[in-house]
Design a protein around this ligand. Structure first.
Ligand SMILES: Cc1cc2nc3c(=O)[nH]c(=O)nc-3n(C[C@H](O)[C@H](O)[C@H](O)COP(=O)(O)OP(=O)(O)OC[C@H]3O[C@@H](n4cnc5c(N)ncnc54)[C@H](O)[C@@H]3O)c2cc1C
Length: 599
């Protein structure tokens, strides 16, 4: 049985006030995505996930996967649930209408993906990766590739994978050695080994479309020499029917800490003469094409933070109202109190809830920036939104997954000893969450991307515009009678973030190692302050609705309380990181590698 409930009301509130769905639906591209329409789509999708994906989350974790003769069998019920997902047409929610999709904005899709992931993170890895493959082919596929493969991916009949990692090429994709030899007929023979390929083999779809990074002989070393290829599991005949098996096989699947129901495959290409591959985009442009997929996937991984965090929070909240221990402080009652009455448990619950609200806001804002960059009528605006999306993508991926770890860990803590016991279900969320800070570019790599690539955008102009937008909101708080008190902690957070940014600009130019040494604490500051800013926007919106005589005052006051908690009690964490950023590499290399072990 699934106890997950899709937080529709919170999702719609965020979509309206942070995702600006009303503005978005004024654009030609998203004219069909008005608030009422997307609200009913999300309600329906949330219900589907609760009823179809959710009940298989725990059983899938316990049962796991089977591999026999290269065939992966997914846990009981997965195949049927996936078939229902395909029948309902959920895969194509944000795919372009031209290819059979529903063409909804990314901001809407991110919320749908949150519900899916929260209901069943392991199963959702499959459609999640298919979405990445769809985005990649929409941008780079040839007309023929799109007719034959993209349409089948959009319906979900076939699924997609992303093949970057090799034993010697993890974060350093440039070390990829998989070979692609031109055959003179427009095709390539692919040979090599890819590891850790999510849903690289499974029994839920008739065909799998692998997108594979490989090197054409004679191409330059490093990432410049890498191209992207489409390699189907089964060849496709001229009439669209499936033909021979292509030369790609699953050698093994990994035994993992979490997401037990998501096959993580070692794939061998070309053991029998070479797998047939088709070039996607241009030769040597593989990383550019793969980045289309990776940016979508980074957002999707960020969503795992809020989704799995929320699933864990819901369990913790329920348990805290069932479990009795200790006396309520100040109460005359001799009865043991529900643990939710204790201040320390309240602190854990508020920390979880306010972070979930802030993470969701960041993700929806990041996704809406992508939507506006595609749909706004004004070119300058489109460019500005594109810059915002670029700036925030590493923050969304890394901050939301780190916070997701904190939230799931707190949920285990609320359960006490029962949290450590598998039957409670909350331990699974903690284990499932742990991969998210690692894959799709580790969080360390995201922090380096933020500092090394994103801060220098437009000579610092992009990040300074971000600070200016946050200060506008701080000024709005200052002139609000009810929310005035939130201005000072938000402004203090922005000040300290600007100070750290200035330090990075001043010291990073001379010695990048100094700037990169503090990249992770810097990203944490960036995330918490940006989360505080978006929380402030939601508090202002909630207050606005109260002032406009909304009948939903209790709900709106709860939203303000959550935002206030985040701004007053969590944004100050940013100041604690300043010393780590401005220390540069001081202290990091004092003990040489040999002596790190001698204690
Ligand atoms: C369950 C699971 C599913 C996965 N799914 C896929 C998939 O579908 N497709 C796919 O292609 N891959 C997939 N991966 C692979 C995943 O993306 C990689 O594990 C990840 O990119 C990290 O690479 P690595 O494991 O080789 O770690 P390494 O690159 O060896 O990193 C080890 C540590 O060193 C740090 N580090 C490395 N380089 C630097 C640097 N230059 N500067 C600072 N720090 C650095 C890292 O941050 C990390 O902390 C999956 C992995 C797992 C475990």
């Amino acid at each position: 049985m699934s106890d997950y409930r899709a937080p529709i009301k919170d999702a719609l509130f965020t979509l309206r006030h942070v995702g600006e769905i009303d503005e978005l639906s004024k654009t030609e591209r998203y004219a069909h995505a008005d608030y009422e329409t997307v609200a009913s789509v999300l309600e329906e999708q949330g219900r589907f996930m609760q009823e179809v994906f959710g009940p298989l989350n725990h059983s899938g974790d316990v049962e796991g996967l089977k591999l026999s003769d290269g065939v992966v069998t997914t846990p009981k019920g997965f195949k049927e649930a996936y078939a229902k997902f395909v029948d309902a047409g959920w895969q194509g929610l944000n795919a372009e209408e031209e290819f059979g999709g529903a063409g909804f904005p990314e901001a809407v899709f991110t919320l749908a993906l949150e519900f899916m992931t929260a209901a069943n993170g392991a199963l959702t890895m499959c459609p999640g990766l298919t979405t990445g493959a769809i985005e990649c082919l929409q941008a780079w596929g040839t007309e023929e590739q799109n007719e034959v493969y993209l349409r089948k991916l959009v319906t979900g009949e076939w699924t997609g994978t992303m093949n970057l990692t090799e034993p010697q090429a993890g974060s350093d994709v440039g070390l990829c050695t998989t070979k692609a030899e031109p055959q003179g007929d427009g095709t390539y023979k692919i040979s090599g080994t890819k590891i850790f390929i999510s849903f690289g083999e499974h029994d839920m779809a008739d065909n799998i479309v692998h997108l594979v990074l490989a090197r054409i002989p004679g191409s330059p070393p490093g990432t410049k020499g890498i191209s992207l290829f489409l390699v189907p599991k089964f060849m496709v005949n001229g009439d669209g029917t499936l033909g021979e098996r292509n030369d790609v096989f699953c050698l093994s699947i990994e035994h993992k800490m979490g997401i037990h129901a998501s096959p993580t495959a070692v794939l061998s290409y070309g053991d029998n003469g070479g797998a047939v591959g088709y070039l996607v985009g241009e030769e040597g442009q593989g990383m550019r094409a793969m980045f289309t997929m990776m940016n979508s996937a980074r957002l999707a991984v960020g969503i795992q933070g809020v989704a799995i965090g929320d699933a864990a929070y819901q369990k913790a909240l329920e348990y805290s109202q069932e479990r009795r221990q200790g006396k309520e402080i100040g109460s005359a009652s001799h009865e043991p109190a529900f643990i939710i009455q204790h201040p320390d448990v309240r602190r854990m619950l508020m920390t979880m809830r306010s972070q979930i609200d802030a993470m969701r806001a960041l993700i929806v804002y990041n996704a809406a920036a992508i939507d506006f960059s595609r749909s706004h009528g004004d070119e300058t605006e489109r460019e500005q939104w594109r810059e915002i999306a670029e700036l925030l993508t590493p923050v969304t991926k890394a901050w939301c997954t780190d916070v997701g770890m904190e939230v799931t860990s707190l949920a285990v803590q609320v359960f006490g000893g029962m949290g450590y016991i598998e039957e409670s279900g909350v331990a699974q969320h903690f284990r499932d969450m742990r991969i998210a800070p690692i894959y799709e570019g580790t969080n360390g790599i995201q922090a380096m991307d933020l500092v090394g690539r994103k801060l220098p955008m437009r000579m610092g102009g992009v990040v300074n515009d971000h600070f200016a937008r946050m200060r506008v909101t701080a000024a709005e708080l200052a002139s609000s009678t009810e929310l005035k008190a939130l201005e000072a902690p938000l402004t203090a957070g922005i000040d300290v973030l600007e100070e750290a940014t200035k330090w990075i600009f001043e010291h990073g130019l001379g010695d990048p190692k100094e700037a990169l040494a503090g990249a992770t604490p810097y990203l944490e500051m960036f995330g918490v302050v940006t989360g505080g800013w978006l929380s402030a926007r939601m508090a202002l919106a909630a207050q606005g609705e109260i002032d406009a005589a909304s009948s939903d005052v209790d709900y709106l006051k709860a939203r303000i309380a959550s935002a206030a908690f985040f701004i007053e009690q969590l944004v100050p964490r940013a100041a604690g990181n300043l010393a780590s950023v401005t220390a540069g590499s001081a202290g990091l290399y004092e003990i040489d590698a040999a002596n790190l072990a001698s204690r």
